[in-house]
Design a protein around this ligand. Structure first.
Ligand SMILES: [Zn+2]
Length: 465
């Protein structure tokens, strides 16, 4: 029976029942008929629309089919963490739950009829607040605080007290379910002003199973300085360092997330870390560019945090490094992605794998992707992807003549959503292909990949006016 038919059936049955009996069968907590109706404001074209429960529909849909006597009401979802990352013109808030929920977003204007917001809040239905999840003072000029409370026995309310913002987006990621709010401010990021505050060495902390979250320190997470202050032997003259001062290198996966695993047992997280470290060293030593790594050890970093780090440190480019996998063990080659709708089933499947979610969730993301790409540097990202793919392939082909150039592609990768700088994801070989898996483990191949990406970045920078 379709959901609609079932709904109609339940509705008829409910109406037909004598009121005394109805009172008994309506025992399920979600079946509240008198849920207070609030004016729900939605941002224009906001993807949050998908998640806004419509009061009338919700009440009916939530009514379980009779009989309900021996049915346990569903355990509430747990709000497991509330985090934030902030810069002078961008703040990301992430609320992580242990399963998918619906929520209602609301806005409160500074004064009646005003477009200026004083508060954004959302009510998460059927949810309980985990102990240890606390309010966060933000005070970054955009938001004052993020507050969280058990508003009703089955509702958690998250309130963002607004200082001064230009725009914001609310969207969700799956597996685990996350509600993310990206807030944009008025002030431009001044990288030069940010530089002196960058200090060494707050290595990313392991986030597995963490319940009580420390407030993210104001200082961005920055790679510790290399052993020796790097001599810069061969700074390439074609590069105009003024344009690109800081690059975030993001080795995929890590910690509890091994990424793809090859037939010989090689783990993606290990080889991409080796290549990422090598690329970072080359960027510093040869181009004199400041590099921030999202991880420089075997730790788990959530995808929404990686993008947030890039925005937080005012990165000029973001490069995520991965190894590909396919059920077809013969699949091989290199490809470079930027954020956009997947044009092929293969690209969508890859995005699902890299996002740690299902193909179905990827299509849900695709449906709202355009709205999330408002600040994405689409053309610059495509250009960066072209240069990196071209020069990476050229370099590898010189040493490994059979290496396939799979070209530049597009896909809805979580790690690129919300990035405000040109950003790409490089698939450096197929770890699922035994021959390429062996290559990936070879320090020489790793070095050639890092060199090829470096050359691509150099070409991109050289082309900037
Ligand atoms: Zn990956």
């Amino acid at each position: 029976m379709s959901r609609r038919l079932l709904t109609v059936f339940v509705l008829i049955l409910t109406l037909a029942l004598p009121s005394a009996l109805r009172a008994e069968t309506d025992g399920a907590p979600a079946a509240k008929k008198s849920a207070p109706k609030k004016k729900t404001t939605r941002a224009k074209g906001s993807p949050a629309r998908k998640n806004v429960a419509r009061p009338g529909r919700k009440a009916v849909r939530a009514t379980p089919p009779p009989p309900v006597a021996d049915k346990e009401p569903q355990k509430p979802a747990e709000v497991a963490e509330l985090r934030h990352w902030s810069t002078p013109d961008y703040t990301r808030i992430a609320v992580t739950l242990d399963r998918e929920v619906t929520f209602e977003k609301h806005e409160i204007a500074k004064s009646p009829g005003s477009a200026v917001l004083s508060r954004i809040y959302f009510d998460i239905n059927g949810a309980r607040l985990a102990s240890g999840v606390k309010d966060i003072p933000i005070g970054d000029g955009l938001l004052k605080t993020a507050r969280v409370a058990q508003y009703r026995p089955d509702t958690v309310r998250v309130v963002l007290d607004v200082e001064n913002i230009r725009d914001y987006k609310i969207f969700t990621f799956s597996d685990p379910f996350r509600i993310i709010v990206d807030v944009k401010g008025e002030r431009p990021t001044e990288i030069s002003a940010l530089s002196p505050t960058l200090k060494a060495a707050v290595p990313p902390v392991e986030t597995v199973g963490r319940e009580l979250l420390p407030v993210v320190p104001k200082e961005p997470v920055v790679e510790p300085p290399r052993e020796q202050p790097a001599p810069r032997p061969k700074v390439r003259t074609a590069v105009k360092p003024g344009k690109i001062r800081r690059i975030v290198v993001d080795p995929g996966h890590g910690g509890k997330d091994p990424g793809a695993v090859g037939p010989l047992g090689m783990q993606e997280k290990d080889v991409v870390l080796a290549m990422g470290l090598s690329l970072a060293k080359k960027l510093r030593d040869e181009l004199g560019i400041d590099v921030v790594m999202t991880r420089s050890t075997d730790v788990f970093i959530e995808l929404q945090e990686r993008t947030a780090i890039a925005n937080q440190v005012g990165a000029d480019l973001f490069v995520s490094i991965h190894a590909n996998a396919s059920l077809n063990r013969n699949a091989s080659g290199i490809e470079t992605y930027y954020l956009n709708l997947a044009k092929t089933e293969k690209a969508a499947q890859l995005a699902a794998r890299e996002n740690g979610t299902s193909l179905e969730k990827v299509s849900l993301l695709q449906a709202v992707l355009f709205d999330l790409m408002a600040n994405y540097k689409l053309n610059d990202s495509a250009h960066l992807a072209e240069e990196v793919q071209k020069l990476l392939h050229k370099r590898l082909a010189a040493h490994y003549p059979t290496v396939k150039n799979l070209g530049v592609k597009q896909g809805p990768f979580y790690v690129l959503v919300g990035a405000t700088m040109p950003s790409i994801l490089v698939e450096t070989a197929f770890i699922s292909n035994e021959k390429e898996e062996t290559r990936l483990g070879d320090p020489q191949y790793q070095d050639q990949v890092a060199e090829g990406i470096l050359e691509g970045i150099s070409a991109y920078i050289a082309a900037l006016k």
